[in-house]
Design a protein around this ligand. Structure first.
Ligand code: SAH
Ligand code: SF4
Length: 360
C-alpha cells in the first residue's frame, strides 16, 4: 500500500513549510499550489515549471492520487455520471456529476455530489450507505481529490465544476474538520477558487456540529435531512434521532438561521405510506412555521436493504400542496441517474457480498 502522504491533504502553509525544509525559495509553494488547483495538473511530471530534481522529490514524497476509478456509469440521457473510486486501503467511495443544461444547450450548472466518509455510522434505514455501516473517514485531500478528478475531465470539454454538494457517502458533520478543510482549500482564490456559496453541506442533524457551524458563521448552504416530523417515526428511520430529537434539532436550525441570516433547507425522502401522509405534512408545516427555510422532497430511491417504496405522483403532489398552503416553499427534486444507481451509496452497495471492498 502507498504510504506517502496525499499532496492534497496539505494546506498551503504546510506545503510552504515542506518546501522550506527542502531549501526551496518561498515562491515555489505558490507555483505548486497553482499547478495543483488552477492548472489541475495530476502528476509531478506535469510541473514543467519546476526543476527535474524537484519534480522527482515531489513524486517521491507525495502521492498525487488516492482515488483509483474502478467503475464509471453514465445515465441514459448522459446528464449524470457516476464513478466508483477505490481507495488505497481497499475501501470504495462514489462521486456523482450532474449536468443541468439550459434549454438552448449552453452550459448550465455542473454539480458534483461528493463523499466525506467510506460508509456511514448513522444507520439511516433507507440509505444504501447507512446499510453498509462505517468504514472510515476520508481525509480532506481524499474529499477534494474527487472534485479535482471531475474538474480535470470537465476542463477537457471547456467546462468547470459550478456547484458542490456534500451529499455522497457519509455524514460530513461526523467528519467535520476534514470536510470543512476540503471546502476551505477549494475556496482559495489562489487555487481552485470556488466560492462558499457554491457549496451545500447536508447533515443528518448532529446538533453539536450544527452549533459549531453556526458559531463559525460559514457561508455555505446547509441542508438538514429531516424525513419525519415526529420523534417516533423519525427514530424508526434515523437512529440518530434517539440522541438528537426533533425539537432540539429544529431549535438548532432556528438559531442557525437567526445567527447567520441564511435560509436553511430540509430534505425529505418521500416513502409511500410511511412519511408521505397528510398528517406528516401538517406536522412538518407546524414545525417549520416562521422559519426561513425551504423543503426539498425527493421520492425515495429504493434500496436493497429496505422494503419501502417511493411515493406515488399523487401523494407527492398532495404532500407538497399541504406545505405550500401553509406558506412553506417546497420543491420536488427529480431523481437524477436512477438508472445508474446514483442514489447515495447504491453503486458501492451493489458490488457483491462485501459491499465496498472492490477486488479488481
Ligand atoms: N449524511 C448526510 C449527507 C449524505 S446523504 C445526510 O444524511 O444528510 C444525502 C441525502 O440523501 C440525505 O438527505 C439522505 O437522507 C438522502 N438519502 C439517503 N438515502 C436515500 C434514498 N434511498 N432515497 C432518497 N434519498 C436518500
Ligand atoms: Fe449516513 Fe446520510 Fe445515509 Fe444517514 S442518509 S446513513 S447520515 S449517509
Amino acid at each position: 500500500m502507498d504510504t506517502r502522504p496525499l499532496i492534497y491533504d496539505l494546506s498551503q502553509p504546510e506545503l510552504a513549510e515542506q518546501l522550506r525544509a527542502w531549501g526551496q525559495p518561498s515562491y515555489r509553494a505558490a507555483q505548486i499550489w497553482d499547478g495543483l488547483y488552477k492548472q489541475l495538473w495530476a502528476r509531478p511530471e506535469d510541473f514543467t515549471n519546476l526543476s527535474k530534481d524537484l519534480r522527482a522529490k515531489l513524486g517521491e514524497h507525495f502521492s498525487f492520487s488516492h482515488l483509483q476509478p474502478s467503475i464509471t456509469l453514465h445515465s441514459t440521457d448522459k446528464q449524470t455520471l457516476k464513478t466508483l473510486f477505490k481507495l488505497p486501503d481497499g475501501n470504495a467511495i462514489e462521486t456523482v456529476l450532474m449536468r443541468y443544461d439550459d434549454r438552448d444547450g449552453s452550459q448550465g450548472r455542473r454539480t458534483l455530489c461528493i463523499s466525506t466518509q467510506a460508509g456511514c455510522a448513522m444507520g439511516c434505514v433507507f440509505c444504501a450507505t447507512g446499510q453498509m455501516g462505517f468504514r472510515r473517514n476520508l481525509t480532506s485531500g481524499e474529499i477534494l481529490e474527487q472534485v479535482l478528478y471531475f474538474a480535470r475531465q470537465l476542463k477537457v470539454e471547456g467546462e468547470r465544476v459550478t456547484n458542490i454538494v456534500l451529499m455522497g457517502m457519509g455524514e460530513p458533520f461526523h467528519n467535520y474538520d476534514a470536510s470543512l478543510a476540503a471546502i476551505a482549500r477549494l475556496n482559495d482564490p489562489d487555487g481552485f477558487g470556488l466560492g462558499n456559496r457554491h457549496f451545500t453541506i447536508s447533515t443528518v442533524g448532529l446538533i453539536p456540529a450544527i452549533k459549531r457551524y453556526t458559531t463559525e458563521r460559514h457561508q455555505m448552504g446547509l441542508a438538514i435531512s429531516l424525513h419525519a416530523a415526529d420523534d417516533e417515526l423519525r427514530a424508526s428511520m434515523l437512529p440518530v434521532n434517539n440522541r438528537y430529537p426533533i425539537k432540539d434539532l429544529i431549535q438548532a436550525c432556528r438559531d442557525y438561521v437567526q445567527t447567520t441570516g441564511r435560509r436553511i433547507t430540509f430534505e425529505w425522502a418521500l416513502i409511500n405510506g410511511v412519511n408521505d401522509t397528510p398528517e406528516q405534512a401538517r406536522k412538518l408545516a407546524a414545525l417549520l412555521q416562521g422559519l426561513n427555510c425551504h423543503v426539498n422532497v425527493i421520492p425515495l430511491n429504493p434500496t436493497r436493504g429496505y422494503p419501502g417504496q417511493r411515493s406515488t405522483r399523487e401523494r407527492v403532489a398532495e404532500f407538497r400542496s399541504i406545505l405550500e398552503a401553509a406558506g412553506i416553499s417546497c420543491t420536488v427534486r427529480v431523481r437524477r441517474g436512477i438508472d445508474i444507481q446514483a442514489g447515495c451509496g447504491q453503486l458501492a452497495e451493489s458490488e457483491g457480498q462485501q459491499p465496498i471492498q472492490i477486488s479488481n
